[in-house]
Design a protein around this ligand. Structure first.
Ligand SMILES: Cc1cc2nc3c(=O)[nH]c(=O)nc-3n(C[C@H](O)[C@H](O)[C@H](O)COP(=O)(O)OP(=O)(O)OC[C@H]3O[C@@H](n4cnc5c(N)ncnc54)[C@H](O)[C@@H]3O)c2cc1C
Length: 468
């Protein structure tokens, strides 16, 4: 696993100015640095030299200016839930914690938008707007911050119906590396005015600027919701059902796949009694009649593919229990091997290729020397593999990296991507060239250089060096 580079100590003048401005909000305490340099990725902790808590745009501007002047690495930090080593301080520097910038600034119910500070979390936002009859659908398994979700172009179980952050961010306010403030986008539903800077920053993983405000879309809470689960004799018939459901254009709210191991782990962790075979978990949103029609059409498709026991969860508490269990599937999976370190990876392929990609991946993993689970937001062609590794075994780490490589090569050969939602961080950096090619990668480097000429923003991430 990658180790931390030898870091340049923070310059004295920088330290003095940060301490003078931020007082107790600037910390070099090891516990604080450890918290900000440890994540859910398979990498060991890589600590920043200091952590600063921002509470305003002016704070962020000042930190950026000082880091820019003194060439100090600056790593934006939201909720720290990213999975691919995004927040690790590979070159030391300052972790800029935005979690205290957590005000909901404006709910615009008429236009169905909300403007938030970056530290607002998705659960906090939905709690805040509950009485408006609207909701924000993007739901990564963790209670991530909106700033972090913009920065990773996150999605989750609802993306099949409502899209990912890419489709749901209308406008941003961004502090650039030199401390300037840039506004992107508008509150209008569409625009063809110039380059789409909102999309440029959405998914830039803290490497191009610091998102200090985001305006995102909201949706009416569905009049009626129902959920169902269906078991399958094998993985292929489950995934084939999803392909047909998508090809028929059935507007499912959510469709999630769990392999047998993921179901077993969920039963143990969430005290459920799901049948331990490959499973699809559905949710339907719409009018009462519409929901029943969608569900019936889906039931027919699953039955024609060998689906068994199509079971309803109509009551809100049954539904919540099922989806809470699904959202806890990551933590459930880890319990299959107590003390393990999880290496989680996701790929996304065109839906027509999904069954082939998932079955070949499962065949590969069946031969692995460690346990694994497969979960998927399969309606999007996106699935996740979690490999449960002995943290002290370099052999298992190397084996998991070989399997990860084969998985990515498989997805790319099917015209897919090395990550559908988790992002690049450190772990997927080596696949950027294969996915994008040298010309696109050079263009990305040029953009990075224009926006961050001193290379201070989350350095050592996302873009692999260009071949000389
Ligand atoms: C159990 C579990 C389940 C998950 N399930 C999903 C899932 O279903 N779908 C999914 O997409 N992800 C999932 N994730 C991953 C994670 O939740 C997302 O990547 C999330 O978007 C990260 O948000 P965060 O606030 O935690 O960001 P952080 O981890 O703090 O940061 C992530 C990256 O964004 C940058 N960043 C953070 N805030 C800002 C900002 N304001 N401006 C600029 N850059 C910033 C950081 O520098 C870093 O590069 C899951 C994670 C866990 C632990």
């Amino acid at each position: 696993m990658t180790s931390q580079h030898a870091n340049r100590p923070l310059p004295d003048a920088f330290l003095a100015q940060m301490q003078a401005r931020f007082g107790e909000r600037f910390s070099v305490a090891s516990a604080v640095r450890e918290h900000h340099g440890t994540d859910e990725s398979p990498y060991p902790p890589m600590l920043p030299d200091a952590v600063v808590q921002a509470t305003s745009i002016e704070d962020v501007q000042l930190v950026a200016r000082l880091c820019h002047t003194h060439a100090v690495p600056l790593i934006p930090y939201g909720a720290g839930s990213s999975l691919e080593g995004h927040i690790l301080a590979v070159r030391g520097g300052v972790s800029l914690d935005l979690s205290n910038m957590n005000r909901v600034l404006e709910v615009n119910a008429a236009d169905m938008t909300v403007t938030v500070e970056p530290g607002v979390t998705r659960k906090q936002l939905n709690e805040h707007i509950r009485d408006t009859g609207l909701f924000f659908p993007i739901d990564p398994g963790a209670d991530a911050s909106l700033g972090g979700m913009c920065a990773t172009r996150a999605s989750g179980t609802n993306a099949v119906r409502y899209g990912t952050m890419r489709e749901n961010v209308r406008a941003l306010k961004v502090v650039t590396a030199d401390g300037s403030v840039v506004k992107t986008g508008t509150h209008a539903r569409k625009s063809s005015a110039g380059y789409d800077l909102t999309s440029l920053f959405t998914g830039s993983e803290g490497t191009l600027g610091i998102i200090v405000e985001a305006t995102v879309k909201l949706y009416p809470q569905p009049e009626s919701i129902s959920a169902a689960i269906c078991n399958f004799p094998d993985l292929e018939s489950a995934v084939q059902s999803v392909i047909e459901i998508m090809q028929l254009g059935l507007p499912v709210g959510r469709v999630e796949f769990m392999d047998t191991w993921a179901v077993r782990a969920t039963n143990a962790y969430s005290k459920m009694d799901l049948v331990e075979s490959p499973l699809l978990l559905f949710e339907f949103h719409g009018s009462a009649g519409g929901v029943d029609e969608q569900a019936e059409a889906v039931r027919e498709v699953t039955a024609s593919n060998g689906g068994m026991d199509f079971q309803w969860a109509r009551l809100p508490e049954e539904r919540s229990r099922l989806w809470a269990a699904r959202h806890n599937a990551y933590f459930a999976g880890i319990q299959l091997r107590p003390g393990c370190r999880a290496s989680t990876t996701d790929v996304c392929v065109p839906v027509s290729q999904l069954a082939k990609c998932v079955t070949e991946t499962a065949d590969d993993l069946d031969a692995a020397s460690f346990p694994y689970t497969i979960l998927g937001h399969v309606g999007d062609g996106n699935f996740h593999v979690m490999m449960l590794l002995d943290p002290d075994s370099s052999e298992e780490w190397e084996e998991s990296e070989r399997l990860n490589q084969r998985l990515v090569e498989r997805a790319l050969s099917m015209r897919g991507t090395c990550t559908g939602e988790h992002g690049i961080g450190l772990h997927k950096m080596r696949f950027m060239l294969a996915e994008h090619g040298p010309e696109s990668l050079a263009l990305m480097h040029a953009l990075k250089h224009t926006l961050d000429p001193r290379g201070i923003l989350n350095p050592g991430k996302m873009l692999p060096p260009l071949a000389s």
